[in-house]
Ligand binder design. Sequence first.
Ligand code: TYD
Ligand code: MG
Length: 467
Amino acid sequence: MSKAPKPVFVCQECGSQSAKWLGRCPDCDAWNSFVEERAVEPSAGGGGLAAGGHRYSMPGGTGGAKKYADIENSDTARLTTGIDEFDRVLGGGIVPGSLVLLGGEPGIGKSTLLLQAAANFARVHGPVLYASGEESEHQVKSRGERLGVGDAPLFLLAETCVERILEEIGRVRPRLLVVDSIQTVFSLKFQSAPGSIGQVREAATQFLFTAKGHDLPTFLVGHVTKDGALAGPKVLEHVVDTVLYFEGERHHSHRVVRAIKNRFGAISELGVFEMTGGGLRPVPNPSQMFLAERPTATPGSAVLCCVEGSRPLLVEVQALVSTATYGTARRMAVGIDSGRVSLLLAVLEKRAGLVLVGEDVYVNIAGGMSLDEPAADLAVIAALASSVRNRPIVQGTAVFGEVGLGGEVRGVPQAPLRLREARQLGFTRVVLPASNLDDDSRQQADDAGTTLVGVRHVGEALDVLLG
Ligand code: TYD
Ligand code: MG
């Protein structure tokens, strides 16, 4: 007879383990995060494809070490999802055998996007298994009707038991698996509740083995908590090949899917969608959409050329500086790091002579975008100064560049890409770091009739921008 399994307490925030319950996690300092989890002896576990413990070999692997030069360079063929914006975030389509996590707040469109992708995929590449632990087959179907799934070989399974899903894989032999969501499934090998860190890790690991062992690309849906973290298990991000997040606000119709980690492509890659009555539609020209409602000739608005992954985007940076009526002045930033905004405010005071003490400062990236590129600095500075001086930025002008603490404007990567996007959207003047001005970009700008103004210092930039 086998011994009863020892109880182990696991921190639900970071996965740290302890033999006894602790009030505070010694690793991540979270309070009251330890939960008892019991592993079931391996022999008692359900069958399925992943049975046999945690050993697996990669497809084509012989087990032994191979010399680098002898390994064939199999340029992994990408499988298209039929949705070009989604393929783009994935780095050019689905890589066979990859495990992808799609995170996002409830109701943002995870199930909708994956159902659309699953149907398209099934039509082209063969059967797809969509395992839903959240909705019944009827619910998924009624959504599918709106999305025009039609007669694609799509198999729906309302199931939360990992071993059952794996069994069904053996039966259906799908080319793609979708698990909606990882927090609702549980493995028989664990006694703790679905959604606990042990369960989530175990289930994800089993799906990982199946994905690698059977070359079965797998999408896992993951819920996100209010503060933007993947609910509980950060551990998931390490297990999977690719982590995608849905961004944007539910109140806006557009949605942004961003790659946070990608073993097979660029990170920060963006896909932009619009939620319509018939599901998510790719937005062919996101810059146009982000600039659609931009006020012209209004102080405090600057157009920035940023680059997300391999995609140039024009977005509007808005600033409002107004005298604080009582108490300490407020500083608020939406869509951009508020620490960075404070730093830029200090640069403006010290290096450009603006007086900001006692002023409320609000900075917002229009359209719900979030930016973390230093190239946004100059646009933030421009919007702030424009609001303080109550002068609009000269029409038809776009801007980019990093700003240092000395007030110097520094060069940024991918300047030609940014300039091209600005030209395409009809901007006639671009203010950029002087070090980004080379003969090539000058020539191109001349041909297109765009004026490029290279600047070295914020003071110089403000003179040019505010006229
Ligand atoms: P859903 O994919 O269920 O979100 P998640 O799986 O991330 O929780 O998206 C649900 C939202 O999308 C819901 O508010 C309704 C809306 N929606 C549309 O506007 N059009 C559609 O065609 C569909 C299917 C959903
Ligand atoms: Mg859902």
